[in-house]
Design a protein around this ligand. Structure first.
Ligand code: NI
Length: 250
């Protein structure tokens, strides 16, 4: 299995080496650590240089605009060749936390899509309460490879993204007892468009919900998908891993 999206940072964990060892023992062959601002992107790159099974994506979330962090794309670009960078992300739109200056959010998003295209890298998208705008931007800029991280939209939207060739990343929310929408999505979209993630340390799957998350908990997500689709877990593991290889050039 591959956890295509997590935040394995020192500020959340004091035992990263142990976690990575545990991943190896638990059949998690690769972990992609995702940046969301310059600092976390640098840390992701450093981790990818330290551990053979860790890869990085680098990017700026809309929060950099609102929290007055560095939003210079050139600084991000400097990191592209420094480690095992396999994508640009997480990037996107967030109208849940930030309703003002949506145009500025879109501008930052588009700049990073162009950066990804320049280096032929896939994009990992964060999208919160902004799914229509996100879809319109992807339709216009047509990134070659793209994944919606922690997808939480409707089945109708999932199908529209799939029609653009976009992968749907499923995380711990799918295991929650009140998860109806995402279960509907999983049931009805082809496994060939699904990848797995944890978004650690957040969104911990059942039965550990409420506690800190770890990349090896991605196994619970695979269990849940197998259960929803009525297939063996091994099938979910094989197909989602193959999808991750199609999406990211490890
Ligand atoms: Ni994330």
């Amino acid at each position: 299995m591959i956890d295509i999206h997590c935040h394995l940072e020192n500020k959340y964990y004091n035992n990263i080496e142990e976690i990575i060892e545990k991943c190896k023992k638990n059949n998690i062959e690769k972990i992609i650590v995702s940046g969301y601002d310059l600092e976390s992107s640098i840390e992701a790159v450093e981790l990818s240089n330290t551990y053979d099974n860790v890869y990085a994506t680098i990017g700026y979330l809309p929060e950099v605009i609102y929290e007055n962090k560095i939003d210079d794309i050139k600084e991000l670009e400097k990191l592209v060749k420094l480690g095992k960078v396999v994508g640009i992300g997480e990037i996107g739109l967030d109208y849940h936390w930030y309703q003002e200056n949506k145009e500025k959010q879109k501008e930052l998003f588009v700049k990073q899509i162009l950066l990804a295209q320049k280096y032929n890298l896939p994009i990992v998208i964060h999208c919160r309460e902004a799914i229509t705008d996100c879809y319109e931007i992807l339709k216009e800029y047509k990134p070659k490879k793209c994944v919606m991280h922690c997808f939480s939209g409707s089945l109708e939207m999932a199908q529209k993204f799939i029609d653009l060739g976009v992968y749907i990343s499923i995380g711990g929310i799918s295991t929650f007892k009140n998860a109806k929408k995402i279960v509907e999505v999983i049931k009805n979209i082809p496994l060939e468009y699904i990848v797995l993630e944890t978004d650690s340390p957040y969104l911990t799957p059942e039965p550990h919900r409420g506690k800190i998350n770890y990349p090896y908990y991605v196994s619970y997500v695979a269990d849940k998908i197998a259960n929803i689709k009525g297939v063996e877990k091994q099938v979910v593991e094989d197909i989602t891993t193959a999808n991750s290889y199609k999406l990211f050039d490890f």
